[in-house]
Ligand binder design. Structure first.
Ligand SMILES: [Zn+2]
Length: 394
């Protein structure tokens, strides 16, 4: 009798130790249908040939439809500006800067607009530049490779920059990186939102922080400029460490969560990068795992698959085409939406959400069934059951 009570008590303790994770997993809404979105980052400034690549991607997306008649969507995380041809790094980064409003960028902007009109693209703010201009300028003073990179402007490929310097919202000219001033952040956010509005006729609804490094000040500045939704990898990194890698903060996000800044988070933590060998089975596995958790499969992918020095354009198009065909065959109820539409549904409780307790409970079990947590729970229960047996024998 006491043994049984002891085991029940210890199980209750085990659940209590997981209460935060359980509460977060329970609070996140559940989807009613499987959802898949390609999230294409880094489009805009840079690499010639983007217009043709975008037209080809749009043609692949237009070949497929879900049961509601919708085409699959690739969101385009737009980079609005980059260095121009200048006699000095300062001139290249400032006076000679090229933006998407430049006449030479018109074919790319046109390709984006055409895809949006066809319902296969949706534009998201990625940033004015895919770096912090002052940080890059300071770093270039001591680094000939950076000066060589700047000399390839206009239309230099930011993918070729050292990874820490691709972070826009921390000063990685030194490592560990240094926080930016609030005034600098607010000013740059106001400028990037204004240019996005000027070029595309609307305030961006969704923002994707470059390299997923940002902080609360940046988030509040975006919210103040009218941005509503924030794409995250499920957690926030605020700086680059001494090794150049993003530093964990322990700040987590879940789909549909309204953060203190007022932005509503979406989670993108699956990848579909054909240049890294990702093919249809990888995308399908991500879709299956996310659907079992009643979450959307947001597949991160980059311009570099389709255009630029290391692109495999034809193979990447084929990989996307095959994934779409396979996903529709495996999951006939699959739905295609934009991330902004999805986020609006999470906020307003739209028809894509499932509130039935049985669905939510099933999703909860799958959401908790992750390697790290499973090990933690198994170790805990083993120890507790051992203790309970010992107590019962005694
Ligand atoms: Zn990027």
């Amino acid at each position: 009798m006491y043994g049984v009570l002891a085991v029940l008590l210890l199980w209750a303790l085990a659940l209590w130790s997981l209460r935060r994770e359980l509460a977060a997993a329970w609070a996140e809404p559940c989807l009613r249908h499987p959802v898949m979105v390609f999230e294409g980052d880094d489009w805009g400034y840079g690499a010639p040939g983007q217009a043709a690549a975008l037209h080809d991607i749009a043609a692949v997306l237009r070949r497929h439809r879900d049961t509601a008649g919708r085409h699959p969507v690739m969101t385009l995380g737009v980079i609005l500006a980059g260095p121009g041809a200048g006699a000095t790094p300062h001139e290249a980064l400032h006076a000679a800067r090229v933006t998407v409003a430049d006449a030479r960028m018109a074919p790319v902007v046109e390709a984006m607009r055409a895809g949006v009109a066809d319902g296969v693209f949706d534009l998201q703010l990625h940033g004015m530049e895919h770096y912090h201009p002052d940080a890059l300028l300071r770093a270039s003073a001591n680094d000939p490779a950076l000066r060589d990179w700047l000399a390839t402007a206009p239309f230099a490929e930011t993918e070729a920059l050292p990874s820490p310097l691709q972070s826009r919202w921390t000063d990685a000219s030194v490592l560990p990186s240094v926080a930016l001033s609030e005034a600098d952040i607010r000013d740059r956010v106001a400028q990037e939102v204004a240019l996005f509005r000027q070029c595309f006729g609307a305030t961006p609804e969704v923002v994707v922080p470059p390299t997923f490094v940002w902080n609360e000040t940046v988030e509040r500045a975006w919210a103040a400029e009218g941005v509503r939704f924030l794409v995250t990898p499920g957690e926030r990194y605020e700086m680059r460490g001494a090794d150049g890698l993003p530093v964990d903060t322990g700040i987590d996000y879940r789909n549909g969560q309204r953060s203190a800044s007022g932005l509503v988070a979406m989670v993108r933590d699956d990848y579909f990068e054909p240049v890294r060998g990702h093919r249809a089975p990888r995308g399908l596995a991500a879709l299956d795992a996310k659907w079992s958790q009643r979450r959307p499969a947001l597949l991160e992918t980059h311009r570099a698959n389709f255009v630029g020095a290391s692109a495999q354009h034809a193979a990447s198009l084929q990989a996307m085409d095959e994934l779409l065909a396979a996903a529709l065959a495996a999951r006939p109820a699959l739905r295609f939406v934009t991330v902004a539409e999805l986020a609006r549904q999470y906020c307003a409780g739209g028809e894509l959400l499932d509130r039935r307790p049985a669905s939510r409970l099933r999703a909860l079990l799958h959401r908790m069934d992750r390697p790290g947590r499973r090990r933690k729970l198994a170790a805990l229960l083993l120890a507790l059951t051992g203790a309970a047996l010992f107590a019962a024998a005694w």
